[in-house]
Design a protein. Sequence first.
Length: 330
Amino acid sequence: MSSGSDFSLRRRQVVPTLLALAAALSLPARSWAQTALPKEVKIGFQKGSAVLVLVLARKQQVVEKRLKALGVGSVKWVEFQFGPPMLEALGAGVIDLGSVGDTPPVFAQAGGSDLVYAAATPSAQHAVLVPKNSPIRTLADLKGKKVAFGKGSSAQNVTIKALATAGLGFQDIQPTYLSPADATAAFNGGNIDAWVVWDPYYAIAEERYGARVVADTTDKRLTSASYYMAGRDFATRHPAVLAAVLDELRLLTVWSGQHRDELAAIAAEATGIDVKPWSAAFARAEFSLGPVTEAHIAQQQQLADAFLALGIIPRRIHVREIVWRAPGVF
């Protein structure tokens, strides 16, 4: 990626947002509740994410440059394989911000983690996969079968929604809780009947292992969003810093959607995964980032209520209570 023209669009777009940020910073102190700037901002990221904006941000150091102008000393990047461990770290204060699918925040809130929804972005595409020679042809054929997914991940929600479209419930399958790495081995070893996972693992399974798609999230009944989550204390104490980070990520997200081939090459270099599955993943990805809307809140609340009814979470939660708003900026 060149350092000149590549980000010309992003820099043209940043001016209105900087003006909005400046206006917001002129609000009374109580509006921002801003304390001393943090010495360091800690951001969790996943290399195995089809959006990959945080990996790109880390490579280009755009967040570091933006925060340096505000007086923040450094940015620390912490890698995770998938969402639930990231939110555990967020709840423990190990990181300040991270991006996950729709399901981890529900588990985290139900478990009492002190975090907030900071922004929303479309989820990576997910699929229900089976080996190429599997007798499973429809979602109804999953009845009684071993279906693997990450516990507490967005794939668990896709699994439940997919089963419902076939008139099945969670109790009709044998859920097998596996991380993407462990599920890959189980899938190739014939130890599970189906695997529900997101891109790029979805694209890798198709490319390398000939996996066959039974259903995917092009079916709008199965789609959802992903979220940037922040520690509540960090969001409360440093709203201008959080808003600046999110704005920089938004601009980079726009750029990414307009440079998918280049993004695939960057992803391949960063992860060691061949460029072909990354290209497939990015071709079907959506690139946008914005505030958490009423529609997002309703969708998350519906998910939380469904999980409560299934006994998957221990108590009722109110999603709206942990949605963060940046006054006048984001």
